[in-house]
Structure formats: C-alpha cells, structure tokens
Write a protein that binds this ligand. Structure first.
Ligand code: IMP
Length: 192
C-alpha cells in the first residue's frame, strides 16, 4: 500500500486521517518516521507554513507528505491573531490568548471572525493546497468547556452556541479543519 506522511505529532489527528484513508494509504506521522525536528514555521501565511512542513518531510525523507496550519482571523483586528493564533499573547497558553482577544475586542461592534485551515500536500514533488473556512462571530465572554484554543468565544454562523459548547462530533462535521481534510481526502481518493 502507498505510504503518506502527515507532518504532525498529534496522535488524535493522525488516527482520524488513518481511518478515513485506510483502504488507500498507510498514513505515518512524524513520530513514525523518526522525525523529531521542530520544523520552523517562519512563513507569513497558513499556506506558507503548511508548505514549509510538508516540504521539509518530502525533501528529507523522500516521501509524499501533507501538513496543516490553522488559526482564527478576526475582521476588526485586521485578521489577527491569524498565523500567530497559538502564541498571540506571547506564550502558548489558550486562556491567555483568548483573554487578549476579548480585551482587544472590547467595545467593538464588528464581531465577524473565521477559523481557517490550509493543508499543503506534496505528491510526487508537486504542491497542492486545500482550504477550509468556517465563518462566525466573537462572543463578548467565554462559554463552554469543550474543545481548545479560542473555541469558548467562537460562535459559528447559524448556531447560537460556541464551538466549546458543541460535542466533538458536531464540531467535526462543520469545522475548518474537517472541511479542508475532506477536500484532501476526496482528492487523494481520486488519484490513480
Ligand atoms: P494548528 O495549526 O491546528 O496547530 O492551530 C494553531 C492555533 O490556532 C491553535 O493553537 C489555536 O490557538 C488556534 N486554533 C486552530 N484551530 C482551532 C479550533 O478548532 N478551535 C480553537 N482554536 C483553534
């Protein structure tokens, strides 16, 4: 069976993709290929950062590979935190990052935001990009205990609950990551 690397250390994400592609590909993650490099994400966009990761693996391991990069984009904040989502407050702390967003959004009437994921796939040396977007709004205070990151302040359009109040199954049906991942899976299944 063809092998494909998912440039992540997240076991949960790996397992999800493995289940979806089990008839077509053997999916390996960074741990499986013995890569413990902290691959630098020095790009200015999600696509650049995802491609830095997928290209690193393709170049160093001569294997087809995909990588994802995601974040929250808030219209009134010039699309911040964007690529800085994981460390917006200066540290990798979900609560501190979320509090900074709430502080910057104080008194702001435009609450529009979106989560975006870009997946970069390198297949036979060629780059393919897949994007997933979910639109919504930023609440004025957090609500819900589930999920991670900015989930407690993000209310997806068409719902009156936050991502952190949804079950994982419900979030996984509509999330930016799921949308991008579905596009990747569809593409891979169409390849000879
Ligand atoms: P990653 O590229 O998937 O690791 O996401 C980078 C950062 O974006 C995370 O550390 C979170 O702060 C934020 N983020 C991405 N996806 C989500 C989500 O589904 N919910 C909440 N925060 C997210």
């Amino acid at each position: 069976m063809k092998e494909l690397v998912f440039a992540t250390n997240n076991q949960h994400k790996t397992q999800e993709v493995r289940n979806l592609l089990m008839n077509e590909y053997s999916v390996l993650n960074l741990n499986d290929i013995g890569c413990d490099t902290d691959i630098p994400e020095t790009g200015d966009t999600f696509a650049e950062n995802a491609t830095l990761k997928s290209r690193y693996v393709a170049d160093h391991y001569q294997m087809d590979c995909f990588a994802d990069d995601s974040g929250l984009e808030i219209e009134a904040l010039n699309q911040e935190p964007g690529i800085f989502s994981a460390r917006y407050s200066g540290i990798k702390d979900d609560r501190a990052n979320l509090n900074l967003v709430l502080q910057k959004m104080e008194g702001q009437s435009n609450r529009k935001a979106r989560f975006r994921t870009v997946i970069s796939l390198i297949r036979n040396g060629e780059v393919f990009l897949f994007e997933g977007i979910i639109n919504g709004t930023i609440r004025t205070s957090p609500s819900g205990e589930k999920g991670f990151g900015y989930d407690p302040v993000f209310e997806p359009a068409g719902y009156n609950i936050t991502f952190a109040e949804m079950s994982m199954e419900q979030k996984n049906q509509i999330s930016h990551r799921a949308l991008a991942m579905n596009k990747l899976i569809t593409f891979l299944k169409e390849q000879p």
